[in-house]
Design a protein around this ligand. Structure first.
Ligand SMILES: C[S@@+](CC[C@H](N)C(=O)[O-])C[C@H]1O[C@@H](n2cnc3c(N)ncnc32)[C@H](O)[C@@H]1O
Length: 465
């Protein structure tokens, strides 16, 4: 183990380890904030002062130099993270109070995780003699956000672009997911001397979801001597000066820059005409929005009642929800209407058990159109009859000379029988998330549905309800 140990300043120590109970060792995992003294918490300062031994990356040790007088100091290189944890454990076993320091928050891409892993590997438990305390600090995304306005006022996430320990496929998937979900994103470890393309690739993925002019703040060395802030846009960010000590904050679709400040609105515009004005029609201060968890299905019904007669997919796109959720909202309306015309002529009934029965019954619905959509945009429609389906193991198959359909039946969680006025009748099979697996629609003969097929469909509806 490459050890660089020294005792700083005078010979005083706040408490001599030799006077302590041999078993009373302690590990303080200390996040000292972004780097400036004013940003360090009282507890972080007190924890470092309390320690006999301070262990940290060389640069971090420099940042807390004035607190190290009389302490044993162990400086480590950037890659020696596990060594730092092992040394902390060894020193604590000797009864010493050890501060293992980390910039920002020690639990955010910091030393808290590896330390617990090392401790557990050595048989440590929270009931053991060695106490462990995690001392929180302001993480880089908080520190950087505070310097550029208020970019984190709505849902945000952090992603580290370091692929030293995380496969790029995992990082890529996360960038794609949060881009699609419109989070504000803080990128940690965006670039280093060797890792230069990760930020370029991140930009490419996010541009698939976001406007090119989405505001971006690039903050280097927040609250340190070389602090630097650049305001830019998503399409420009990868060309900017970004280094190891930079955090990149990318706004969401509502974020904007005004007077040089990056702001993400809290959402007041959803409820009020202006920040100090009256609540909008239907909204009430202190209550969830009409589009809140308990209200949004009602909004779907009212939207349909208002004459927005669209195909299921278009409705789902309008509400930015899976088709299954729209069908659920319509099924709720159908139940409430109890026979009356609900939701603008849209009706649905949910089926949770014996879904195979729908397939059997579909043999009586005449000619059918099976519709399968790929998430990437292709739509397949095949004409068939219900008696062509065959269940084999977990697969529902239709095999003809013209096409093969293979549905993984294990993915089908529930189904809806649904009517879109006189326009479309059929069964919609969805997965747990409400995404459409496939649907079977009755086919019209000329302008109308075949009366026998319709009667059979109505019978299925009644029987399965
Ligand atoms: C290994 S992570 C450590 C994060 C740290 N534990 C925290 O909570 O901030 C290192 C990354 O944190 C970010 N970072 C840390 N300190 C920063 C600062 N003062 N200014 C800007 N970014 C910083 C940078 O993205 C850097 O690449």
């Amino acid at each position: 183990m490459n050890k660089a140990t020294s005792t700083e300043g005078t010979l005083h120590s706040s408490a001599s380890p030799s006077l302590r109970d041999e078993k009373a060792g302690k590990i303080l995992l200390v996040g000292f904030g972004p780097g400036g003294k004013e940003q360090m918490t009282y507890r972080a300062r007190a924890a470092i002062e309390e320690a006999d031994v301070v262990i940290g990356y060389t640069t971090y040790i420099k940042l807390v130099q004035d607190l190290l007088t009389g302490k044993e100091v162990i400086r480590k290189g950037m890659t020696e993270e596990i060594d730092r944890c092992v040394e902390a454990y060894e020193a604590a076993k000797q009864g010493k109070v050890v501060a293992l320091i980390s910039s920002g928050d020690v639990g955010v891409y910091g030393m808290a995780g590896p330390t617990y892993e090392v401790l557990f590997q050595h048989g440590w438990t929270p009931q053991s003699d060695i106490q462990v305390e995690v001392v929180t600090g302001a993480t880089a995304l908080n520190a950087c956000a505070s310097l550029v306005g208020a970019p984190l006022t709505h849902d945000f996430c952090s992603i580290s672009l370091s692929d030293l320990l995380t496969p790029w496929t995992t990082i890529r998937k996360r960038i794609d997911a949060v881009g699609a979900a419109d989070f504000v994103i803080a990128l940690y470890n965006p670039k280093s001397g060797r890792r230069t393309q990760q930020i370029v690739e991140t930009q490419r993925i996010l541009l698939q979801h976001h406007d090119a002019k989405t505001p971006v703040a690039i903050v280097k060395s927040a609250y340190r001597r070389r602090q630097d802030i650049q305001m830019t846009t998503l399409d420009e960010m990868a060309n900017k000066d970004i280094g190891m000590l930079t955090t990149v904050i990318i706004g969401n679709s509502s974020s904007y820059v005004k007077e040089g400040l990056l702001i993400t609105p809290r959402g007041y515009a959803n409820k009020y005409d202006d920040l100090t004005g009256e609540a909008k029609d239907g909204e009430k201060a202190g209550l969830s929005l009409t589009m809140g968890l308990e209200g949004w299905h009602g909004c779907v019904r009212r939207w349909l009642e208002a004459g927005n007669h669209q195909p299921w997919e278009k409705i789902a796109a309008h509400f930015n929800a899976p088709v299954g959720e729209i069908l659920e909202a319509v099924a709720g309306a159908s139940e409430e209407a109890n026979g009356d015309e609900p939701a603008g002529g849209y009706t649905a009934v949910r089926v949770d058990t014996n879904l195979e029965n729908i397939i059997h019954e579909a043999a009586l619905w005449g000619k059918l159109r099976a519709v399968i959509r790929s998430p990437a945009g292709a739509v397949t429609e095949c004409l068939l009859t219900g008696d062509q389906f065959e269940m084999k193991n977990d697969w529902l198959n239709v095999v003809t000379d013209a096409f093969h359909i293979h549905v993984n039946w294990a993915n089908v969680d529930h189904a809806y029988l649904a009517k879109r006025g006189e326009k479309s009748l059929g069964a919609h099979f969805v997965n747990k998330a409400g995404d459409m697996v496939f649907r079977l629609l009755l086919v019209k003969e000329g302008d109308d549905f075949n009366p026998d097929a319709m009667a059979a469909f109505e019978k299925t509806w009644k029987d399965l309800k």
